[in-house]
Each structure stands twice: as C-alpha cells, then as structure tokens.
Design a protein around this ligand. Sequence first.
Ligand code: FES
Length: 111
Amino acid sequence: MRRALCRLEDLEDPGSAVFVIDDPSGRRAMFVVRRGGDVFGYLNNCPHNGSPLDWRSGQFLDLDRRFIQCATHGARFRIDDGFCLGGPCAGKSLTPVPLRLTDGLVCLDEF
Ligand code: FES
C-alpha cells in the first residue's frame, strides 16, 4: 500500500505533522518529522504508557527542534530512529512507520 500524506514543502523544516491512517489492524495515529530533505514516521504512541506524544496537534519536537519529546512525561527520542535517550522509557523506541518521498510527496510505504 502506498498513500500520499502531504507535500514535503508543506512541513516546516524542522517540523512535524500528525495523520490518521488505516491499515489492516485498524485506524491509527502517526506522525511525520521533517529534517531537511529527510522524513521520519512513527506511530503516535509513547512507549512509556501509550499516550499520544504531541504537545499540540502535530507538534512533536522539543523547543530546539532537535528531538521528539513526549508531552506527557517529557521522554526525548532521536528523530532518526525514535530511540529514547532519556525519560521513563529510556532505551525503548517509537514504532516506525516506513515512509518514502516520491516527487515531493511524503508517502506511506509498505505498512
Ligand atoms: S507517556 Fe511519554 S513519557 Fe510518559
């Protein structure tokens, strides 16, 4: 399955956005982080207790926009691989959602 979520240029750099997707296991919230020409996708569930991570709808980055930061208890995750560097779920990782850039569109890859 491949589905376009948005245009790369519609995302701030660095910045993030939230989406709801349908897959064989049902409807799920996920988010995209843009950094330069790269995009990274994860399910919007904190590994700590499953809460959504965003501060406001679509806002997932810390003040410096260097890390993903959970709004509930402050865990910080690397943008590149979703690994938690500090907080109550340190050492765990966000669940990746594979993305592909195609003609300037951010698309879901096989999922
Ligand atoms: S729910 Fe994310 S750090 Fe607790």
